[in-house]
Design a protein around this ligand. Structure first.
Ligand code: MN
Length: 429
């Protein structure tokens, strides 16, 4: 019988040390998929301190006694585990927490099992943790939508008439969602500036990042069915950092009238660790307040936003030293992930295990809180200073962008790790 404890209790300690600024203390336990030189087959693990607990080893050792897992955790993605549903996610997290607690000898004192079950994160290859079923990207930061509107339509007409009523989104490409660390080639596309008579095909000159959070859908819904607030929430397995790389010049020419297409389709980077919805519970906050009131099918009674601190670091090609270029918070988001999911299914659109819902670029009220170069450089009109006379309006070849985020608890952090990517020159073919 399990003793009474809560996996989110700030007082819990593990026999695997994690300092106060570690992203992965025992209160977090994010899921990922990894391999190492001695474990060439990718399998499921959780991050704890600077280590990974290999859950396939724990499963094989019979330590998840309450459930027949059928080697679910030896698979190369989390999809089969997510399919088991929220009550299993919860029990599994609780069991892992128990196994890692400092006063539990089960794993701590089993030297042979410990050697097999722990690997250093540093020496592991982290893989895309899910098979992406579909990727949908939203546009749910009022600050971001207003900034973009002011730049392209003027201050009097900044928000489109539908924005306060609908979580605006588009169906992106799941095929080019890649794990953090995957380099991104500068994409080519149709370009036409205002001064040009006809479009031409070539590399983008306005390559951008977008700071986003991805909601990972862990349960499906039937075609034709709508979702209640509670069901939508239960379907979300967890969250990861997402960089929705964007080519602004391609986007600007192509987006009329159906929205983004190739300007967003060439690559989207996901962080390797999925932080569970449960681990974020202590950091729930209300959203910014919605007026006019959303239509009944979008109304929520819960606090469905989270207090997540987010930072953007840029390593310019010519410098190779990180510059912090933005710092913001997820709590600014106008439409919550639960509302996005309720809206997504509202037409009868079925959701699938492995769907990725991008929050949309996360921006706050200040310029330094903006989650894209488009806003930070005000569409190139006010290039961002990086020190030593260096500036950027958009990304250059060799630039590296690193997004990170965490919830700050009292003496501990629930962190997301990071998602990073380096821009490579365009491919020849
Ligand atoms: Mn986006």
């Amino acid at each position: 019988m399990l003793s009474e404890f809560h996996p989110n209790d700030p007082a819990l300690r593990s026999f695997i040390e994690a300092g106060s600024t570690s992203h992965f203390p025992i209160q977090n336990l994010p899921y990922g998929v990894f391999s190492t030189p001695r474990k060439s087959t990718p399998r499921v693990g959780v991050a704890i301190g600077d280590q990974i607990l290999d859950l396939s080893v724990i499963e094989k050792a019979g330590l998840f006694e309450f459930e027949c897992f059928d080697s679910t955790l030896a698979k190369s993605s989390l999809n089969a585990f997510m399919a088991l549903g929220p009550s299993t996610w919860s029990r599994t997290r609780r069991r892992i927490s128990k196994l890692l607690q400092h006063d539990n000898p089960e794993l701590r004192d089993n030297e042979q099992l410990r050697v097999e079950a722990f690997d250093r994160i540093e020496s592991a290859t982290l893989h895309l943790p899910i098979v992406v079923a579909g990727y949908t990207d939203f546009y749910s930061s009022k600050e971001h939508a207003t900034n973009v509107g002011v730049m392209f339509r003027g201050a009097s007409n900044a928000l489109q008439a539908n924005w306060l009523h609908i979580p605006i989104g588009y169906n992106g490409r799941g095929s080019t969602v890649v794990v953090s660390g995957t380099p991104i080639h500068r994409p080519k596309g149709q370009l036409k500036s205002a001064s040009e008579d006809a479009p031409r095909f070539g590399p983008t000159t306005r390559l951008d990042f977008e700071l986003e959070l991805a909601a990972i859908v862990g349960q499906g819904s039937e075609m034709g069915s709508m979702l209640t607030e509670q069901r939508a929430e239960e379907m979300i397995f967890g969250f990861a950092l997402l960089n929705d790389w964007s080519a602004r010049d391609i986007q600007q020419w192509e987006y009329v009238p159906l929205g983004p297409f190739q300007g967003k389709a060439f690559g989207t980077s996901l962080s390797p660790w999925i932080v569970t919805r449960e681990a974020l519970e202590p950091f729930r906050v209300p959203g910014p307040g919605q007026a006019p009131a959303p239509l009944p099918y979008l109304q929520q009674t819960g606090q469905n936003n989270y207090d997540i601190q987010l930072v953007v670091d840029l390593v310019p090609a010519e410098l190779q030293t990180a510059r912090r270029i933005a710092q913001t918070n997820f709590s600014y988001m106008y439409w919550s992930p639960v509302q996005q999911l309720m809206h997504h299914a509202s037409s009868g659109c079925s959701m699938q295990i492995g769907d990725v819902l991008g929050s949309g670029t996360i921006s706050g009220p200040e310029r330094s809180q903006c989650g894209s170069m488009l806003e930070l450089s005000w569409n190139g009109a006010e290039p961002l200073g990086l020190g030593n006379g260096m500036t950027r309006s958009f990304l250059e070849d060799g630039d590296r962008v690193c997004l990170s985020g965490w919830c700050q608890g009292d003496g501990y952090r629930i962190g997301f790790g990071e998602v990073e990517g380096t821009i490579l020159p365009p491919r020849d073919v």
